[in-house]
Every structure is written in structure tokens, then in C-alpha cells.
Design a protein around this ligand. Structure first.
Ligand SMILES: Nc1ncnc2c1ncn2[C@@H]1O[C@H](COP(=O)(O)OP(=O)(O)OP(=O)(O)O)[C@@H](O)[C@H]1O
Length: 283
């Protein structure tokens, strides 16, 4: 039977091509409040260098809030967030954030210039910017689109450019907030497979927010399930002990899918009940 394990013990994951690149992330007793609203409470998670961790939970529980805190956009009320032992104090190129929408691309720059933007800001020479941009565009399969503008690409291609742009900063931790949520099913499947390959090649640590249980099983070393908010915390953490590339018809994957569905379903029901009670009180 699939069992969740204690939240604060990362496994020693499978060997990566570039194991040394990723950084260890430690979330220790983190509380986040927005004014009087208590968003997340006492979250502790240790994420190993090079690990792929997926965050699942009911809508509105605080997944993006936790990710934003890791990215340095939101400051915890208490507790600490560290990357290789160094406190997260604000946005940092070592922590790359990929958003759900690819609207963040600069429409007036070519694809190559978009990807080279980070290296340019870090003072890399023109030749280095060009080389890095082409390297990461090749990694996401878009080297042939380098001279096009974002408006000339499909949604899936723009999202791959966004990923290449983040990777070109050579972050040690990549934070992804439902990066494939807006894509059609076929593009999403291709992107998931590419993401697994990119992660294995780059060796970075990935924290990936999703609503999709199958996506989490396909990609993660571990899946952390959050409770319904407010004051959400980590309910359970499941190791995904399945060989890569993953086969969703593997009996162990099916068993894990059921366990995650039950666990998250319970939290979604709690969230719906709380919303109902809230509406009753307001009447
Ligand atoms: N800047 C903010 N000010 C006030 N409340 C906020 C702010 N950001 C988030 N919240 C609240 O914190 C809670 C968690 O939001 P968050 O976006 O992190 O949830 P989520 O789990 O990522 O949701 P979803 O899965 O629907 O994207 C929600 O109740 C949200 O309304």
C-alpha cells in the first residue's frame, strides 16, 4: 500500500547527468500572512539538491504563496527559507520562476534576445549571450525559432521560450507555478516529457506546483500534499519510487494515483465545506 512519509526527509534521488548544479532548499516553520489573513502555517520541507518536488493541494490553499516565498517575492511572517543554507531575502537569479502564462516574454525582442536577456543583465559578452541563448533554445527544441518574435509562436512554444529564458540564468533552483496549466492536452504531454528530460540534463532542483495528479506522478521524486486553507500546512509527502521515464499504467503508479486522489479529495471537501459555512455566515 502507498504510504506518505514524514514531510522533512528528502530521499537520495536517482543519479543526474549534472548532480552538482542543484541547490538544497530548506523551508522551516514558515508562516505567511496577508494582513489578518493567515495563508500558510508552520510549513517545513527539506528539498534535496537536484530533487524534483511537486506541490499539490486544493485550489486556494497556498501553493503559489509558498512558491512566491521561495522566489523571494513574499516574505514569511515567521520561519525561515534557505537555499544551500543561505537565507532567501528577495528575488535572486539563482532562483528561477516559471509562471503559468508566457505573457511575461518581451514581445518586441526576438526569441534569442528574450533568452539572452538574463545573461545580458549579468554583463555577459555578446558572444556569450548568443551562445547561452542558443544552447538553452536547443535544450527546449526551439533553436530554429531563435530569430522569430514571440507573437509568431504557438502557446506551447512560447512557454518553452519562457523555460529557456529562466534556464539561461543557470538557476540552481527552478520554481514552476502550473507552467503547463494553460496548454492543450497534447502539448502538455510533450512539455511534461521535455521537462523531465531538461531537469535530468540540467541537474537543477525543481519545485513544481500543479493541480494535475498524473503530471506530479510523471515528474516528481516526491509529491507534497497541502491541506485546505486558510492556515494551510503540508499534510503528507509521498515518495514516487518509479523508474524513469514513467509509465502511467504501472500498477505502482495507479496505486499512488488513488492514494493522492483520496488524500487531496478529503482536503477539497473540507475546503468546499468551509466555503459553504462561510457563505451561510454571511447570509
Ligand atoms: N497578495 C495577497 N493578498 C491577500 N491574500 C492573498 C494574496 N495572495 C494570496 N492570497 C490568498 O492566499 C490564499 C492562497 O492563495 P494561493 O494563490 O497561494 O493558492 P493556490 O493554492 O496557489 O491556489 P490555486 O491552486 O487556485 O492557484 C488564497 O486564499 C488567496 O486568496
Amino acid at each position: 500500500m502507498t504510504k506518505a512519509i514524514e514531510a522533512d526527509r528528502p530521499p537520495s534521488g536517482p543519479a543526474r547527468e549534472n548532480d552538482a548544479h542543484g541547490a538544497a532548499v530548506a523551508v522551516d516553520g514558515v508562516d505567511i500572512r496577508f494582513g489578518s489573513f493567515h495563508a500558510v502555517r508552520d510549513i517545513s520541507l527539506d528539498i534535496a539538491a537536484g530533487e524534483f518536488l511537486c506541490l499539490l493541494g486544493p485550489s486556494g490553499c497556498g501553493k503559489s504563496t509558498l512558491l512566491s516565498a521561495l522566489a523571494g517575492f513574499v516574505h514569511p511572517h515567521s520561519g525561515s527559507l534557505t537555499v544551500d543554507g543561505m537565507p532567501v531575502t528577495g528575488p535572486d537569479p539563482e532562483l528561477g520562476m516559471v509562471f503559468q502564462s508566457s505573457e511575461a516574454l518581451f514581445d518586441w525582442l526576438t526569441v534569442r534576445q528574450n533568452v539572452a536577456f538574463g545573461p545580458r543583465m549579468r554583463g555577459r559578452s555578446r558572444a556569450e549571450q548568443h551562445k547561452l541563448a542558443d544552447e538553452y533554445l536547443s535544450l527546449v527544441g526551439l533553436r530554429h525559432c531563435a530569430d522569430r518574435f514571440p507573437s509568431q509562436l504557438s502557446g506551447g512554444m512560447r512557454q518553452r521560450v519562457q523555460i529557456a529564458r529562466v534556464l539561461a540564468n543557470e538557476p540552481r533552483v527552478v520554481l514552476m507555478d502550473e507552467p503547463f496549466g494553460a496548454l492543450d492536452a497534447q502539448t502538455r504531454q510533450v512539455m511534461q516529457e521535455e521537462m523531465a528530460r531538461i531537469w535530468q540534463t540540467s541537474g537543477c532542483t525543481v519545485v513544481f506546483v500543479t493541480h494535475d495528479i498524473d503530471e506530479a506522478i510523471l515528474l516528481a521524486d516526491r509529491v507534497a500534499v497541502m491541506t485546505a486553507g486558510p492556515a494551510a500546512s503540508v499534510k503528507s509527502v509521498y515518495p514516487v519510487d518509479l523508474p524513469r521515464p514513467r509509465d502511467e499504467s504501472d500498477p505502482a503508479a495507479r496505486e499512488l494515483r488513488h492514494a493522492l486522489r483520496d488524500d487531496i479529495g478529503e482536503e477539497v471537501r473540507k475546503a468546499l465545506l468551509a466555503q459553504g459555512l462561510d457563505q451561510e455566515e454571511q447570509r
